[in-house]
Design a binder for this molecule. Sequence first.
Ligand SMILES: [Zn+2]
Ligand SMILES: [Zn+2]
Length: 231
Amino acid sequence: MEERSGCLVCGKRLVYSDRHTPKRCFLCCKTAQGHTRCSAGHFVCDRCHALGAEELIERVCRGTDERDPVRIASLLMGTAAVKTHGPEHHFLVPAALLSAYYNTVGGPAMKRARIREARLRARNVLGGFCGFYGDCGAAVGTGIFVSIATGASPLSKKEWRLANLMTAQSLRTIAMHGGPRCCKRNTFLALGEAVRFARRELGAGIPMAPQVRCTFHRLNRECLKDDCPFH
Ligand SMILES: [Zn+2]
Ligand SMILES: [Zn+2]
């Protein structure tokens, strides 16, 4: 397994200068004083550096204007705060989707409250949900996304149908690849299903790169390798 040190974004060596200058944080896009960059030029502010996975996901998804959810998720999954596998992916999926959705359809002012709501809901989706409950948390995350984006509740009709259909479609795709679980593979599969669903059912033209390549396989002991569509 690889040990992470150096840049929080790419792992490269850090370069220090002898005085603080204002720099734009690569993760939260805010400007902060700093004297460290990596050799590839990434600057990460002290706040982002100290945050746990949930906080970091919320902060980055709130601040970015990126419209491709795979790019948002990949950026976050590349940080040391987000582990190779873990329940933080259950929040990462709806947070990246809500951010990309509101960045695409407009209304970025809604993002903050909606991403916070996703964070609270995703906490109920425990670690190991895929194997122990038969419901991968990345799939549940897409249902959370559609539920929040459409304002679904247990009493609504069309929105209820859409939210449950979303989970069903991503869960089916995830299941068909078989185990062992991989939070990266399942995140990519869930995001792909959600983007296609949002285009078709919500009329939201969220962009996504046609080909997704996983850069995390070295960290995953149980990687399916050639049987994974992203390998
Ligand atoms: Zn870097
Ligand atoms: Zn930052």
